[in-house]
Design a binder for this molecule. Structure first.
Ligand code: SAH
Ligand code: SF4
Ligand code: F3S
Length: 442
């Protein structure tokens, strides 16, 4: 088609932004745009941004600066900022970087096509509303293109927890759960397009309480059991969970629902009760440890993953020691750790900072411990039988790569597996970042 325009989207931040970028691309598909992998041949560039730490937010401005030359060469090029920086900084973005034509928040992006039309008339467009309407409903009727075997599916959005360090309740708004039937129809649609594994997304996914067709409100476990019945859908995951919302039925489902994978991301942030209190986490160290015990009783082989913040205001060496001690006790198969970043407008931003060099040093120590645990758990997979969902060819001839139920990357040679196949594999080797396996002939 002669007048198809090209859209380049760059995504920062969490999995929900990845999902949102897909939906924005689909929305713009309806307005005559197809996606491109290169900003150089784009008619529109969209940065889907993250505001979680200062570095993430600042990256956006340096990235925008790089498009100056491109815009000078191609005056018709439209440049947009979406996501959490758009929500948090709105007009300030246009002030700081005049080449930006459009700013759209995470709750308003179904209006992108109209906004783009405005920019074509030379008018700048800004929308950071939290509209009443359901953006996902407005995004219906999207193209039915074939997809890879795994997909994200947003089921809940926003956060009411207000951890003292975090911008998410401000950028994503209050907790909202999507209705059950809409999620089910989206899941069926994904399966029709080749998806075999869905990861249900929410900032507090386990606080899900969506309306069922019967009118009552369903828990995440109830939703998972309904998805369990979807033919062709083989694996279900969910992220991210807050320790306070791990309900009994969800813990139980980990032991009884065979499609629910034995992997759980359960951030704790700190192991010190003093710090947890100041973080406004509303759980303490012991309640977290007891919860982990209950989850492991339901599913002994579950792989746990976590998030940690070091150098939170007034964190002492003793507080940090409590965190290291908790990590020793839990044993994580995966973890994400961050040096505290002060975010304007959050309560913690008022508190005195820990010395930066000290915080960096703690981060290294924590990461060394996590890496050791990760390795031990990965190495313990050698000799075991796992199931692998194949996602792409490997670098070597005849090699395929996929993920085990524990989310480890597994390289398999000598298999006739195709992308999207789910096969039993025996793990024979543990490498730096992945496992090697051989097919089990059935
Ligand atoms: N509940 C959401 C949190 C998203 S933020 C979820 O868990 O998906 C992801 C992680 O970023 C948090 O768990 C926390 O460890 C980290 N984080 C959030 N705000 C931060 C800040 N101000 N400084 C450093 N790390 C932060
Ligand atoms: Fe942020 Fe806490 Fe909400 Fe997670 S639970 S999004 S860390 S406020
Ligand atoms: Fe970042 Fe927003 Fe996700 S701040 S982590 S993109 S919810």
């Amino acid at each position: 088609m002669a007048d198809t325009k090209k859209l380049y989207i760059k995504t920062y931040g969490c999995q929900m932004n990845v999902y949102d970028s897909e939906r924005m691309a689909e929305a713009m598909g309806g307005a005559g745009y197809e996606t491109t992998d290169s900003p150089d041949d784009a008619d529109m560039i969209l940065l889907n941004t993250c505001h979680i730490r200062e570095k993430a937010a600042e990256k956006v401005y340096s990235e925008l600066g790089r498009f100056k030359g491109l815009k000078a060469e191609k005056p018709d090029l439209k440049i947009g900022v979406a996501g959490c920086v758009a929500q948090a900084e709105g007009e300030e973005i246009m002030r700081r970087q005049p080449l930006v034509d459009l700013v759209v928040g995470p709750q308003a992006y179904h209006r992108l096509p109209e906004m783009e039309a405005k920019t074509q008339e030379g008018v700048k467009a800004l929308d950071t509303d939290f509209p009443e309407e359901d953006k996902f409903e407005k995004l219906k009727g999207r193209p039915k293109a074939k997809r890879g075997p795994t997909a994200f599916l947003t089921v809940q959005e926003g956060c009411d927890k207000f951890c003292a360090f975090c911008v998410v309740p401000y950028t994503r708004g209050a907790e909202v759960s999507r209705p059950v039937d809409r999620i089910l129809s989206e899941a069926r649609d994904l399966v029709d397009r080749g998806v075999r594994e869905v990861t249900l997304l929410g900032q507090n996914v386990n606080a899900y309480h969506g309306a069922s067709t019967g009118g009552d409100s369903w828990s995440l476990a109830q939703l998972i059991w309904q998805l369990d019945k979807v033919d062709g859908l083989e694996r279900i995951r969910f992220t991210t969970s807050h320790p306070n919302d791990m309900m009994d039925d969800l813990i139980e489902a980990h032991g009884t629902c065979s499609k629910l994978m034995p992997y759980l991301h359960l951030p704790v942030q700190s192991g010190s009760n003093k710090i947890l209190k100041r973080m406004n986490r509303s759980h303490d160290r012991d309640s977290y440890l007891r919860l982990v015990e209950r989850i492991r009783a339901a599913r002994p082989d579950i792989l746990l993953s976590g998030d940690f913040i070091v150098g939170f205001p007034e964190e002492t060496e003793a507080d940090f020691h409590d965190t290291m001690d908790l990590i020793e006790e839990v044993k994580y198969g995966q973890a994400f750790s961050f040096k505290y970043s002060s975010r304007p407008g959050t309560p913690a931003a008022e508190r005195p900072l820990v010395d930066d060099g000290e915080a960096t040093e703690r981060l290294y120590r924590l990461q060394a411990l996590i890496t050791k645990q990760q390795r031990e758990i990965q190495d313990s997979m050698v000799g075991r039988e796992v199931s692998v969902l194949f996602e792409k060819p490997g670098r070597l001839e005849g090699q395929m790569v996929g993920k085990s139920e524990y989310l480890h990357a597994v390289h398999v040679s000598g298999s006739d597996a195709q992308i999207g196949d789910l096969k039993r594999v025996r793990i024979v080797e543990s490498g730096t970042n992945s496992l090697a396996g051989v097919p089990i002939l059935d």
